[in-house]
Design a protein around this ligand. Sequence first.
Ligand code: MG
Length: 272
Amino acid sequence: MKYCRFLLDGHVCYGTVEERDGEFWIVRLALAPDEDMAFHLAHLRGESQSIKFEPMPLSTAQLLPPVTPSKIVCVGRNYRDHAKELGNEVPAEPLLFFKPPSSLLAPGGVVQMLPASARVDFEGELALVIGRRASRLKPDADWRAYVRGYTVANDVTARDLQKKDGQWTRAKGFDTFCPVGPIVSDEVDPEAGLTVETRVNGELRQHGSTTDFIFSIPALLAYITAAITLEPGDLLLTGTPAGVGPLAAGDRVEVAIGGLGVLSNSFAQAAE
Ligand code: MG
């Protein structure tokens, strides 16, 4: 199943997405995923009953981030080539960090580059969406039972502050530094290999495959949930392939993953 989250006449809705002639369409309103905070809020407001809907191309919808995570867990340096390009060792254990939910940005949204950083990089990544509370999973657990689906993310990073601060909270956590979407799908298989491609102003800059992960998805889930309970709707960003680089105001970044569509965002210099 594929779904998105979008605004329709000012109402937050979920929609079932299907492919028609090579294009994604929102074909009907969908129930929000269980235990999703946005669903509970929409339900409380009684918004879910009275909305009229006609199928529409996904590209014409006012999309929102497709998930409302309680936390966004990220893995650094999960591709050898990327660890090498920044002069880092290949890690012996997964390197984890968080992005705050306040960094989420919708597909088509504008990433705000603030004066606090002089170098902002893109990082195209596959993201997992958790579907079931996961705690202390074993490496041989049926991990797919805990995954609702997959989506596309851009782990936007203030590279100068990542080096300067000694830890990554500020560098990774600016408002708008986590574009996600456009859809969530459980119809793709990262273990079989998904191509992650990033284009800046149309030029191909990253081309990787999820078969090149240093740490597999079950290994990551076991490692993370040994310490942290993952809740439904939580995001796991799985790391970026080689090719990262700085952006300038006016740039457009597109991250494409087969079967998951294209996440497109522009970058702008925000005022002081
Ligand atoms: Mg990253």
